[in-house]
Design a protein around this ligand. Sequence first.
Ligand code: PRP
Length: 189
Amino acid sequence: MSLRPPGGRVEVLITREEIDRRIGELAAEISSDYRGQSPLLVGILKGSTLFLADLVRRLDVPHEVDFISISSYGNEQRSSGVVRLLKDLDCDITGRDVLLVEDIVDTGLTLHYIRQNLGTRRPRSLRVVALLDKQERREVDVQVEYVGFVIPDRFVVGYGLDYAEQYRELPHVAVMGPDEEAAAGGREA
Ligand code: PRP
């Protein structure tokens, strides 16, 4: 499949400046809510990496970072929420204040699985911050305490989000043009 280079047929949806501003607001809210605590921020690989890196640099509470990686089994099973744990956390979260960091919530199945899985490990608290929320695509009810932007049901790339592993490095969030969206075959997020 041929891909056009970044800056080709993609349109900016959220600018780098808008992302920076919103992350500042989220970091202030999170720092205030976790004042006196030392949360563990858990990045969900791989899409959350840029957001996590920018968010932690704006927090003014002590915190730690860990990562988790899951994979869905494919479209049919994905809609039933069947996922596979590829990389577990390095640390024990019993009694910890855990903040999951996501780039985007789409159907909600990924987050639903991770919330359930981590919830069984008895953290003291478990919350979610997601930069993007494609609310109209939701298939399962899942709680997202901090949301950066609610976005329309368009195929988005950039700022950590990929299309066939490309475009993650874009400094902004972009929507792909109609040709690219069609080529993606309805794949979302
Ligand atoms: C994306 C995104 C979320 C998930 C959201 O990950 O980073 O984790 O999809 O979709 P859902 O709400 O429908 O479950 P993806 O599987 O594309 O992996 P990546 O982060 O490694 O790109």
